[in-house]
Design a protein around this ligand. Sequence first.
Ligand code: UDP
Ligand code: MG
Length: 142
Amino acid sequence: MSNKTLAIIKPDAVGNNVAGAIIEKIQSAGFKTLAFKLTRITPAIAGQFYAVHKERPFYQDLIDYMTSGPIVPIALEKENAVEEFRKLIGATDPKKADPGTIRALFGTGIEANAIHGSDSDENALREIAFFFSESDLVLING
Ligand code: UDP
Ligand code: MG
């Protein structure tokens, strides 16, 4: 079991000025923020990141949305990080997410759902590597 996961505060949440509130909620839940930054991604990078969804009807919209404005990727550490973080963010559709979860609080639709969380340990490591180098993570810990 890995102890790391990748969050991304999505363009809707950054645009709504709730990135700070979301980071506060993540840290209050006991996650250590190893690294974060404000950045943007190109359609090519977004396409690689979401390659698993290539055949899904929402794919092109998702790429357009994720490249529509700044995002905040965050490398997180906690015991059982992937599962614990998925619990904290709630269901994909904010309307179906449990009260108090990040998506229920800050999401505005099934696409603009405020935040991403890795879905497996393997993907967490792959996704962290999209945004951060090994030294970004090691220096903070050291
Ligand atoms: N998404 C969408 N429509 C859908 C399902 C997903 O626009 O019907 C978007 C949404 O932003 C979601 C992302 O695509 O977070 C990735 O979908 P996934 O099924 O992996 O959901 P997640 O793991 O983010 O809960
Ligand atoms: Mg997913």
